[in-house]
Write a protein that binds this ligand. Structure first.
Ligand code: NAP
Length: 292
């Protein structure tokens, strides 16, 4: 058996098309163009590529974006000052600080300084809290991408046993909360580096999501025949980009499988655009209903 591949690239293109139409309608109705302010601190080449791609995505759907590039030795105070400026700027709807930031900067402080309504990455503690309570303002981009990949491919979640490997704040942990919420109704097991007998648990999964950053870590013997396998990992190796799943081996066992690249990555990017449009809607609707 060879798994059906879940084409994230094609799905992302479809969602971008839908979004472009929604952005056009929003601009017609309000006269306002949704706008994202991106901040890049330092000269990390991977971060530069990520930010460039995010800005290109914005252009494609009619969202405007500005990029502020700051040098490697930027102080925390200067970065916080810039975030404050964006918080107060009515023309900015979404703020993105590309991570990682250089070591002299406290990431958590910077993320907490972004106005929660403009926090399109959904990393602010207020937005994390709302997510946990089941009334999210924004869904974090990668977990949302995984959810869309499952739902738009008609892969049932309700009552399914989802095993997530990796408990980071940006992928595994929020995804575990989202999929277990009322309405999605999955039964979730969250695994990490201290999990005992990991293969015994991953073999129980109807849906296995892997986000650990270890090339080809999940092998065929760790997968239940017919399971859905979502590979979030992106690892740069001598053989190019590979996921956390041993694609060739797992493909022979799984029912559905995401490729890397072309799986979750393109959906993560598109979800940032979804959040930026949502931010623009919220902020503009507040502005028009708040008496001056
Ligand atoms: P992270 O912050 O480094 O967290 C890694 C997690 O994996 C930790 O919870 C760690 O456990 C767990 N882990 C590490 N080794 C393990 C092992 N041998 N067995 C079980 N669990 C193990 O990673 P991240 O930021 O979530 O990223 C994970 C991967 O996803 C990376 O390859 C990253 O590039 C990729 N990624 C992709 C996208 C996308 O859009 N496709 C988005 C974000 C990240 P402990 O907590 O116990 O240390």
């Amino acid at each position: 058996m060879s798994a059906t591949l879940l084409d994230g690239k094609a799905l992302a293109a479809k969602i971008r098309q839908e979004l472009a139409e929604q952005v056009t309608r929003f601009v017609e109705q309000t006269g306002v163009t949704p706008s994202l302010a991106a901040v890049l601190v330092g000269s990390d080449p991977a971060s530069q590529v990520y930010v460039r791609n995010k800005r290109r995505d914005c252009r494609e759907v009619g969202i405007s974006s500005v990029l502020h590039e700051l040098p490697d030795d930027t102080s925390q105070a200067d970065l916080l000052g810039l975030v404050k400026q964006f918080n107060q700027d009515p023309q900015v709807h979404g703020i993105l600080v590309q991570l990682p930031v250089p070591p002299q900067i406290d990431t958590e402080r910077v993320l907490a300084a972004i106005h929660p309504q403009k926090d399109v990455d959904a990393f602010h503690p207020e937005n994390v809290g709302l997510l946990v309570q089941g009334r999210p303002r924004y869904l974090p981009c990668t977990p949302h991408g995984v959810q869309q990949l499952l739902q738009r491919n008609n892969l049932a979640l309700a009552g399914q046993h989802v095993v997530i490997v990796g408990r980071s704040d940006i992928v595994g942990k929020p995804l575990s909360i989202m999929l277990a919420q009322r309405g999605l109704d999955a039964t979730v097991t969250l695994c990490h580096s201290r999990t005992a007998d990991l293969p015994a648990i991953t073999r129980q999964a109807d849906i296995l999501v892997v986000a650990i950053g270890r090339p080809k870590f999940v092998t065929a013997d760790m997968v239940r025949p017919g399971a859905v396998v979502i590979d979030v990992g992106i690892n740069r190796t001598a053989d190019g980009l590979v996921g956390d799943v041993d694609f060739d081996g797992v493909r022979e066992v799984a029912g559905h499988l995401t490729p890397v690249p072309g799986g979750v990555g393109p959906l993560t990017r598109v979800m940032l655009l979804v959040n930026t449009l949502t931010a623009a809607r919220e902020l503009e609707s507040e502005r028009t209903t708040t008496p001056s």
